[in-house]
Each structure stands twice: as C-alpha cells, then as structure tokens.
Design a protein around this ligand. Structure first.
Ligand code: CO8
Length: 260
C-alpha cells in the first residue's frame, strides 16, 4: 500500500508504521489521520503481520500533535469530522486483534501523545517528551486525551497535564505509568522490535482474546468485565492453539502454535 505521509513496512512478522512528515515534526494533518486508519486496517487483514510498531520519522519527534496550520479559519462544524476521524483511528487501533507498540522517539504532544495512548504498549527514548499542550492554543485534547490519559495515569495527574499543558520527560512519563519502558535513544527501535517479536511468537488467538478482555473490560463494572473475561477465556477453546499449548506443556516440548 502507498501513502503520502506514512512509511509502512512489513518485516515479517512485524509491521512498522512510521509517520513521515519530519519537516513539521510529524504533525497529523487530515490526510495523515485518514492514512493511519487505512494502514492499521490493512495490517490487521495482512496475515503475515502479528505485531505492529508505530513510530515517527527523524530524530526529533514521534508526532508533535495535530497540524496546527490546518486550524486557521476553521469553525466548530468544520472540526467535528476531524475529531471524529481521530477517534475512529484510535478505536481501529484498540479494537484490532494485533498488539501495537508505540516506539516514542521524540516529541509526543497533543494528538501525538493521544496516538501513543491508543497503542497497547509504549516504549520511549530517554529524550522523548510527552504532553497535552492544547490548552496553550485555547483548545483541549481532541483524540481521546481527556479520557485515555486519566485511565492510564489517574484523574489527578491527567488534570495537571491537560490543564497546565506542560511537557514531561520520558522518565516522568514512566513514573506515572504513561510509558512502559525507557531506553537510550539508540536502543529504542531494537528493544521495541525485540518485544514485538516476542508478542508475535505468542499464540495469536489468545493474544487477541487478551487484548479484547483488557481493552473492553477496563471501562465496565467489575461484574461486566469479569463476564467479558469469561467469554474470552472460554473462546480460547475454539482455537487449536490451546490444545497445542496444553499438549506441549504435558509432553515437555516447545509449543508449535498455529499462526492464523
Ligand atoms: N503543527 C504544525 N507544524 C508544527 C507542529 C504542529 N503541531 N509542531 C511543529 N511544527 C513545525 C514548526 O512550525 C516548525 O516549522 P518551520 O520549520 O516551518 O518553522 C517545525 O515543525 C519545527 O518545529 P519548531 O521549530 O517549533 O521546533 P522546536 O524544537 O523549536 O519546538 C515543539 C518543538 C516544542 C514540538 C514545538 O514545535 C511545538 O510546540 N509544536 C506544537 C506542539 C503542539 O501544540 N501540539 C498540539 C497540537 S493540537 C492537537 O494535537 C490537538 C489534537 C486534536 C485531535 C486530532 C485528531 C486527529
């Protein structure tokens, strides 16, 4: 698939999506948002791909937010479809069966921080910076930042970041639970690839069930979440991977999982 603003590579079994607008620190214009949706949908349907990495091109930025040049002269009705499109992309990322890891190589601000939060797992370079600076533009986050940030780091810290607009370091992002691991910048992609390969080697149906149970269960009451978990747990029996995993354990050998 060809894109104007992304580089999408497949290095089996990993798909790598790189936002590629380095002159504007990979800011997301409307076209890029649409391309991201198309890229993730395509990778979901590509059977050779079992885990996905999202990163930004160049040395400075993951994604520095929405493209502010597209804001001028717009009205509220103009911007509603833009925000909806951003939400749709994040929901595609969260509802797809394959895990997505953000390799945050620099600024992850505004929509960039929100894109990273829509990923399953976030790894960051020590030099990365996170933040929701929209308030400084007279704006608020519009791609899930007011919701996903609180779910990840708690309401108090989310308010501090959304109201105050300050950037935080990768180390601080790690301390508050916004990122999973921090690496020296030169190790970031290797470490992310290593982890993506580990996930790609897992039985894909069980991984999909784990993603569904954690993502959809999180917003439910405990009882509803547990009901969802029960369904996902039982569904594991509908796939040959479980029989193979159990047999391999009992026969003291390495499991040979089905890869579909
Ligand atoms: N939009 C457009 N251009 C940008 C953006 C952006 N978000 N960020 C940087 N650029 C451009 C700069 O204008 C500059 O262009 P030029 O070379 O032509 O002057 C170039 O990128 C390099 O940037 P700087 O010279 O500013 O680089 P610095 O190292 O001095 O600063 C910063 C880096 C701190 C990242 C700074 O560029 C900055 O503050 N950028 C804006 C960050 C921001 O406010 N982001 C939030 C945007 S609003 C948002 O994301 C709302 C999300 C809405 C949902 C979206 C749904 C899809």
């Amino acid at each position: 698939m060809e894109f104007n603003n992304l580089v999408v590579e497949i290095s089996k079994p990993i798909g790598i999506v790189t936002v590629n607008r380095p002159k504007v620190l990979n800011a997301l214009n409307l076209e890029t948002v649409g391309e991201l949706g198309a890229a993730f949908s395509w990778l979901e349907s590509t059977s050779d791909v079992r885990a996905i990495i999202l990163t930004g091109s160049g040395e400075k930025a993951f994604v520095a937010g929405a493209d502010i040049t597209e804001f001028r002269g717009k009205t509220a009705p103009d911007m509603l479809p833009f925000a909806r499109k951003g939400h749709d992309v994040a929901r595609i990322m969260e509802s797809m069966g394959k895990p997505i890891i953000a390799a945050v190589n620099g600024y992850a601000l505004g929509g960039g921080c929100e894109m990273a939060m829509a990923c399953d797992i976030r790894f960051a370079a020590e030099t990365a910076r996170f933040g929701q600076p929209e308030i400084m533009l007279g704006l608020i986050p519009g791609m899930g930042g007011t919701q996903r940030l609180a779910r990840l780091v708690g309401l108090g810290i989310a308010r501090e970041l959304v109201y105050g607009g300050e950037q935080i370091t990768a180390q601080r992002a790690f301390e508050i639970g916004l990122v999973n691991r921090v690496f020296p910048v030169e190790q970031l992609m290797d470490e992310t690839r290593k982890f993506a390969l580990k996930l790609a080697s897992m039985p894909s149906h069980a991984l999909k069930m784990a993603k569904q149970a954690t993502n959809y269960g999180y917003d439910q009451s405990l009882d509803n979440g547990l009901m969802l978990e029960t369904q996902c747990f039982a569904q594991c029996w509908s796939h040959p991977d479980l029989e193979e995993g159990v047999a391999a354990f009992l026969e003291k050998r390495k499991a040979d999982f089905h890869t579909g």
